[in-house]
Design a protein around this ligand. Structure first.
Ligand code: CA
Length: 240
């Protein structure tokens, strides 16, 4: 692939669709995490209770769950256990007040990916978050391949049937989102939120316009169409 066609992109474009769920009952800590992570380009949801956290973690797709262990009602262990039992492999970083070995072992045994002992510096949390999100090809593949479509995520390059696609940063982010969630119908609202960081659905027309342009580049020259419209719902990228 040549180097000339890739437009320079801001870091936010790369991580705009990384979603993090924070489950933390202490409002101050929750607000602090929400603010700090949002400032670093992540899309953040907060749940103040274990039940709400579990519900969100099962209903939505997150790249990471930051989970406080000591929660009233359903505690963090129970949330983690239920999540794994439901077959969800969403990475989990748990927050524990105790530095006890037992607590750490328990969390990792239950399937957490990492932990942090309170109190912690935000910079440390951010380093852990980045490390978890970078880890493992299954979770953060550098190369996404769907049928004859190839997306080189770090280099922001896309090709179909070996032919380079000249995409804008937003088009690339949109295509990467659809490819990462291959087979899943994504609503206009969700796409608008994750790619454009618009948190309301007043102007999801921007999504339709972008998808139309993207199709012109990705699908028009090919008999097999990857991007499909699901009437009344949204868009899906499918390889069959
Ligand atoms: Ca707590």
């Amino acid at each position: 692939m040549d180097e000339t066609l890739s437009p320079p992109s801001s870091p936010t474009t790369t991580i705009a669709f990384m979603r993090i769920l924070v489950v933390e009952d202490e409002r101050k800590t929750a607000d602090y995490l929400h603010k700090g992570l949002t400032e670093n380009g992540y899309v953040v949801d907060v749940a103040l209770q274990g039940d709400d956290g579990l519900h969100l973690a099962l209903e939505e797709l997150y790249d990471l769950v930051i989970l406080d262990v000591n929660l009233p009602g359903r505690d963090g262990w129970s949330v983690l256990q239920s999540l794994r039992r439901a077959g969800r492999q969403t990475p989990v970083l748990f927050l524990t007040a105790s530095d006890g070995v037992e607590s750490r072992v328990k969390g990792l045994d239950l399937g957490a990916d990492d932990y942090l002992v309170k109190p912690f510096a935000f910079s440390e949390l951010l380093a852990r978050v980045r490390s978890i999100l970078r880890r493992g090809p299954a979770r953060q593949p550098e190369l996404l391949v769907v049928a004859d479509l190839e997306l080189d995520l770090p280099r922001h390059k896309a090709a179909r049937a070996g032919r380079r696609l000249d995409l804008t940063p937003k088009e690339f982010a949109l295509l990467a989102l659809l490819a990462r969630r291959k087979g899943e119908v994504l609503s206009r609202t969700l796409i608008a939120e994750l790619v454009w960081e618009m948190h309301f659905d007043s102007d999801t027309n921007v999504v339709d316009v972008a998808v139309r342009r993207l199709r012109g580049k990705v699908d028009d020259d090919f008999e097999f169409k990857l991007i499909r419209t699901v009437r009344g719902v949204g868009y899906v990228l499918e390889d069959r």
